[in-house]
Every structure is written in structure tokens, then in C-alpha cells.
Ligand binder design. Structure first.
Ligand code: HEC
Length: 114
């Protein structure tokens, strides 16, 4: 009986691992898509691709999650505190769906300094 249970659990775990790998992509991969879809690259670059005036390489080591969210949702509040005066100033994305916001923030946080 105990072997049965062990086999059942093993099969269940294998299935779970299989589905989570196959169907859902990691949030930072989706975030990279959002970054492209929302045209963040008009003003920012990652790894030299995009607008090199606004490199975001290593931003995940410089900023905490809350600050990255603020930059995206209410950049004016951030420029007020950081004094950033690049032109054009960052536009706000107040109506980005929550999943997309989470994903793009996960992507930003994955950009660690080497
Ligand atoms: C119209 C240009 C523009 C667009 C589009 C834009 N940004 Fe920005 N962003 C800026 C500017 C200007 C700053 C101010 C900091 C600077 O001078 O680099 C900034 C700052 C940031 C910062 C803080 C950077 C740091 O090093 O402290 C993050 C994170 C960021 N943007 C993410 C994004 C994301 C994600 C998107 C797309 C959803 C986006 N931005 C779209 C212009 C833009």
C-alpha cells in the first residue's frame, strides 16, 4: 500500500512539474514582451538594444520593487524626488493591467548588475 501511495505522489509531482514548465512562462519573460509592447524601448535600452540614452541594465540592483512600480505608474512623483530631467520625460502607464505591471516589474528586477 505504501509503495502505491509513493508512486501516486511521484506521478502527481511529475505532472505538476510538466504543466508549470510547459504552459506558463516565467513572469520576467512575459515582462520582456510587455516592455516591447508598451514601447519602453523608445526611451530605454537593455543590453544596448533600444534607446541607449536610457539604459536600464542593472536597474534591478539599484531600485526596489516599489520604486519601479512608481516609475511606471506615476513617473512625475519619481522625477520630483530624483531630479531626473531627461527629455522627453517618462510617460505614465496608469492603466497597465495588473498582470502586465507585475510582469514588467519582475523583468526590471531580473536586470541585475554583473
Ligand atoms: C517617453 C520616454 C519614456 C518611455 C516611453 C518610458 N520611459 Fe522610463 N524613464 C524615462 C525617463 C526620462 C526616466 C528618468 C530617468 C533617466 O533620466 O534615465 C525614466 C526612468 C525609468 C526608470 C528608473 C530608471 C533608473 O535608473 O532609476 C525605470 C525603471 C523605467 N523608466 C522603466 C520604464 C518602463 C518599464 C517603461 C515602459 C512601460 C518606460 N520606462 C517607458 C523615459 C521613458
Amino acid at each position: 500500500m505504501r509503495t502505491y501511495a509513493a508512486i501516486c505522489i511521484a506521478i502527481a509531482l511529475a505532472c505538476l512539474a510538466g504543466t508549470s514548465e510547459g504552459l506558463t512562462q516565467p513572469p520576467e519573460a512575459r515582462g520582456q514582451e510587455v516592455f516591447a509592447e508598451q514601447r519602453c524601448v523608445l526611451c530605454h535600452s537593455v543590453g544596448g538594444e533600444g534607446n541607449i540614452k536610457g539604459p536600464l541594465d542593472g536597474v534591478g540592483s539599484r531600485l526596489i520593487r516599489e520604486d519601479i512600480v512608481s516609475w511606471i505608474v506615476d513617473p512625475k512623483a519619481m522625477t520630483a524626488t530624483t531630479g531626473a530631467d531627461r527629455k522627453p520625460p517618462m510617460r505614465a502607464y496608469p492603466s497597465l493591467p495588473a498582470e502586465d505591471l507585475d510582469a514588467v516589474v519582475a523583468y526590471m528586477l531580473s536586470l541585475k548588475e554583473e
